[in-house]
Ligand binder design. Structure first.
Ligand code: NAP
Length: 241
């Protein structure tokens, strides 16, 4: 049986590429999503048509109850995962003076608390299984440098770094690594509204990154080759920082 991994927010964008890449690398992939059922199903069919394995795992990462129930059911049905990619995320941008309370709450709840909601139910089972494992959080360049109009988003992404670095220390003895992937600007729905010609001028490589380029780094961190890398924040950003 193939080892299995879970990718949150895998119906579109970066998560979808990560799931496809990990399936190609030989993992059975749990495809989490909140709303885009058709897109998730298309991805699953694509993975299967390429000889891979996967399954749909729909739930809202921002709901503690839903995440706990889905993760516990997955543990019962499939055993302990080799790894989790906590990728689901949203942005609700506004200059801080006009940022509304619910824009703060929703972004923190999905991006940072969502990580807790998904990882908490599986960490003890992973540690107890004594088989090692991988925890990977999708952060952002905004969590490293900050960004105008993204006080909420940058806080959520910087929070992931603190959480992952601490988890890495706690889990090292169990051979479970925990790392952060920090993309720059990647061609997905999330950046559709940006003025591309203006934005690319801030990128030394003068282009957006692709979801596949983020997936390649994530797949490496998921692999056996990355077993001595933990507690790190690794950027994939075309040279922006
Ligand atoms: P995207 O194209 O907007 O896709 C977001 C994905 O997250 C979708 O699959 C969406 O699924 C899922 N999602 C959102 N809220 C969810 C929730 N509450 N529960 C479960 N799934 C949820 O975004 P992306 O650009 O691929 O971003 C993926 C991650 O990379 C995010 O954490 C983002 O912050 C980070 N990132 C992106 C960029 C960039 O430039 N694109 C840069 C740095 C970091 P549904 O459609 O089913 O809701």
């Amino acid at each position: 049986m193939k080892p299995f991994v879970i990718v949150t927010g895998a119906s579109r964008g970066i998560g979808s590429s990560v799931a496809e890449r990990l399936a190609g690398d030989g993992f059975c992939v749990g495809i989490n999503f909140a709303k885009s059922h058709d897109r998730a199903n298309e991805l699953l069919e694509k993975i299967i048509s390429q000889g891979g394995e996967g399954f749909l795992l729909p739930f809202d990462v921002g709901s503690r109850e839903a995440a706990k129930e889905a993760m516990e059911k997955t543990l019962t049905d499939r055993g302990v995962p080799w790894g989790i990619v906590s990728n689901a995320g949203i942005a609700m941008d506004a200059p801080f003076p006009v940022l509304e309370d619910d824009m703060w709450d929703k972004v923190i709840n999905t991006n940072l608390t969502g990580f807790y909601n998904v990882i908490k139910p599986v960490v003890m089972p992973m540690a107890s299984a004594r088989k090692g494992g991988r925890i990977i959080a999708m952060s952002s360049i905004s969590g490293i440098t900050g960004n105008r109009g993204q006080v909420n988003y940058a806080a959520s992404k910087a929070g992931l770094t603190g959480a992952v670095k601490s988890l890495a220390l706690e889990l090292a003895k169990r051979k479970i690594t925990a790392n952060v992937v920090a993309p720059g600007i990647i061609e997905t729905d999330m950046v559709e509204a940006l003025n591309k010609s203006e934005v690319v001028r801030m990128i030394p490589m003068r282009r957006y990154g692709t979801p596949e380029e983020v997936a390649a780094l994530t797949a490496f961190l998921m692999s056996d080759d990355a077993g001595y890398i933990t507690g790190q924040v690794i950027s994939v950003n075309g040279g922006m920082v």
